[in-house]
Design a protein around this ligand. Structure first.
Ligand SMILES: NC(=O)C1=CN([C@@H]2O[C@H](COP(=O)(O)OP(=O)(O)OC[C@H]3O[C@@H](n4cnc5c(N)ncnc54)[C@H](OP(=O)(O)O)[C@@H]3O)[C@@H](O)[C@H]2O)C=CC1
Ligand SMILES: O=CCCC(=O)O
Length: 295
């Protein structure tokens, strides 16, 4: 099977490499073209524009940072829309809001193409290992056509019905995750300030009813102050913002998430946006970051 792949960031690079490892023919494109070289060394063909990738491939996947990137790659010059059409499918796996996804879906369909949104749960390591959870919605025949690729990329795929449902599910999941990360950060601080060992707290948590892979993975690195990005904090804050907007639309009060979003925003203002989202611990500790940029 041949697929196009647009966006070779932390996730896209791992996912495209995984497809290549499993015998897929992959044509890649990235805004910063130099990032394509690593994939070319693994056997990928490099496309010069999103349009040229779509023109070559029946199926094209995108994994881009945010709504503005997702829209730009479709609607701008040399974008997906210039070559999408009958018999071609476009699959956006980025985390965006339902409005962005709907806009892309309508434009692709108007050109005669098929569209699927398919955001994922799981971070860098699950992407490398083909252990993502795929939250798809939109064109069912395209979903069926993508199953061989989804089986390589993920451990489980859900088809959630109409466009927007995949985006919404992903935002709800990440809203919970961001709130949990803040709760863990506060717990580690509270343990420390009240004379307990934060490491012992992690050990206790791991044996009880709220044990989870995220606390187990991130807790020890947070205690070391190590925030090598698997899931960049700026993307987690984007997801909190989009989830809160979904809450607004549906009149759902989300005070816990709103507070968590403030902590992520503060972390961004301290220059921590490109660090792992667990760096919000630095804000909760009151230590702040070393940089001053707006990531
Ligand atoms: N990292 C994670 O753990 C997870 C991330 N996600 C979601 O997946 C998506 C990608 O995440 P991740 O790989 O971590 O992000 P990265 O920041 O590592 O990569 C972002 C990608 O988007 C591209 N991009 C950004 N802006 C534009 C633009 N205006 N036009 C074209 N391309 C653009 C970047 O290109 P360039 O290289 O040129 O900057 C890069 O390829 C996000 O929506 C994120 O929320 C979902 C699950 C887990
Ligand atoms: O969007 C990022 C999700 C990260 C994860 O599920 O571990």
């Amino acid at each position: 099977m041949e697929v196009g792949f647009l966006g070779l960031g932390i996730m896209g690079k791992a996912m495209a490499a995984n497809l290549l490892r499993h015998g897929f023919r992959v044509t890649v494109w990235n805004r910063t073209l130099a990032k394509c070289q690593e994939l070319a060394a693994l056997g990928a063909t490099v496309g010069e524009t999103p349009a040229s990738v779509v023109s070559k491939c029946r199926y094209t996947i995108a994994m881009l940072s945010d709504p503005s990137a997702a829209l730009s790659v479709v609607f701008d010059k040399d974008g997906v829309l210039e070559q999408i059409g009958s018999g071609k499918g476009y699959v956006d796996m980025s985390t965006v809001d339902a409005a962005t996804s709907t806009k892309i879906s309508e434009a692709v369909k108007q050109k005669g193409g098929a569209f699927l949104e398919a955001p994922v749960s799981g971070s860098k390591k699950p992407a490398e290992d083909g252990q993502l959870v795929i939250l798809a919605a939109g064109d069912k025949p395209l979903y069926d056509g993508m199953v061989p690729a989804f089986d390589v990329l993920g451990k489980k795929s859900f088809f959630l019905g109409e466009i927007g449902n995949g985006a919404k599910m992903k935002l709800v999941v990440n809203m919970i995750m961001g709130s949990m990360m803040n709760a863990l950060s506060e717990g580690l601080c509270l343990a420390d300030k009240s004379g307990l060992s934060p490491q012992t707290l992690l050990d206790v948590l791991d044996l009880g009813a709220i044990a989870n892979p995220m606390f187990k993975l991130k807790g020890p690195t947070m205690l070391q102050g190590s925030y090598n990005p698997a899931f960049p904090l700026k993307h987690q804050q984007k997801d909190m913002r989009l989830a809160l907007a979904l809450g607004d639309e549906n009149a759902v009060a989300m005070p816990v998430s709103a507070a968590a979003n403030e902590a992520f925003k503060k972390a961004r203002s301290l220059g921590l946006g490109d660090q792992d989202f667990s760096a919000v611990y630095e804000v909760v500790k009151g230590a702040g970051g070393s940089g001053s940029g707006q990531a």
